[in-house]
Design a protein around this ligand. Sequence first.
Ligand SMILES: [Zn+2]
Length: 480
Amino acid sequence: MPKYEAVIGLETHIQLNTKSKIFCGCKADSWGDPPNTNICPVCTGLPGVLPVLNRVVVEKAVLLAAAMHADSIQSLSYFARKNYFYPDLPKGYQISQYDEPLARDGTFNLPMPDGSSRQVKITKLHIEEDAGKTVYQSGSRLIDFNRCGVPLVEMVTDPDLRSADEAAQYLIRLRQLLRWLGISEGDMEKGQLRCDANVSIRPAGSEVLNTKTEIKNVNSIENVRTAIQVEIERQIREVEAGGIIESWTLNWDDDSGTLRKMRVKETEADYRYFREPDLLPIRLGEAWRDDILANLPELPLERRVRFVDQYGLPLYDAEILTEERSLSEYFEQAVSTYSGEPKVVSNWLMNDVLRMIRELGVKAGELRLQPAHLVEIIHLVEGKRITTNTGKALLDRVEESGRSPAEIVEEEGLAQVSDEDTLRALVSETLEKNPEQVATYQAGKTTVIGWFVGQVMRETRGKANPQVVQAILEELLSDR
Ligand SMILES: [Zn+2]
């Protein structure tokens, strides 16, 4: 048993994918836009302006809170001013929530790769505005205000995670959920999902909470894993050497892959929070709340369990098919029109359609190859109208052209050749042309029959029925 265990809590900031910003009408998504082009007096904090809350921000945040099984989504929550000075924060304060956040006490069921699961408590979830961005360029600081006022959800966990791997798993599952709910792409490289980690260690099995350090500015899930691991090991070394852990803030340095000490962490009092006087509280009435929750879909883990129960899929299949929401819907649509075992559809999806999805870099729901097309192809193969190979090639042809599989088979003469006379003639011809391989066969090396099947398949451009070819080959070779 290891001597120490890690105690990790995560604070994540999630950029919501609304059209406009949280308190003004400026475009929220500035990715790729020139600096300072999506700004107005409100989001740059000019005197005399008033913020107006974007309703959709509340709706997306409530959806996330509900997906976290947050018992207490508040019917009344308040905005607060978080006062601090930073060059890319033009107002000198950030509008956030503090003592009365949107939701508290959620639970995130975190499935672990080994099949176990861990319940991570979500302490609180609140909404706030993003700050601008400072760009360091040849010794100067350049400020881009485009990001000012982009809506964020901040979500804080209890210190429930016990290893760097669990922290990474949390982020992977959170990103999956954000995409599933359609509220954010959760791309860490683009800053749509940001993560600060609080890390401490203690003797394994102990309940104490020791002094923690905070890791900031990590820009990928992999780096979060590495940074936490590095920090756990540093703390263990420090404690073993008789030292003490101080409450540092550590900055991840991407270039060197190391953590650097920043400054002694501010206490919350430094922010001088007070209620935001320019905004009314968020009043989430029952009717509005019910409207929002009507859009809460079945969640990935629930769907995974259902796929196993309802369709008899192996857990492995169910896991892959529920990785992305439109893929799981694609599967169900296909199964609903297919008469055979759901596992057959799952195989085609996991082996061939997923390859296509990855190559094209799209989601299942964006394919031109519709679930009905896929089922049609499976039926053509099962009805022996086309070979499996032709079926697989057809997937790409349908995707490229958007035409129906039957149409393509008809027009391009792809139908499988099962006609015995035609194939018999072809097999005879192949045997005549290759006396050497025939001799090999007659010398007892019967595996050469596979080579002959290959020749005939090539001759027919993959359209020959391989079982029929094999049977004719066996017959003709033994007659010689
Ligand atoms: Zn604006």
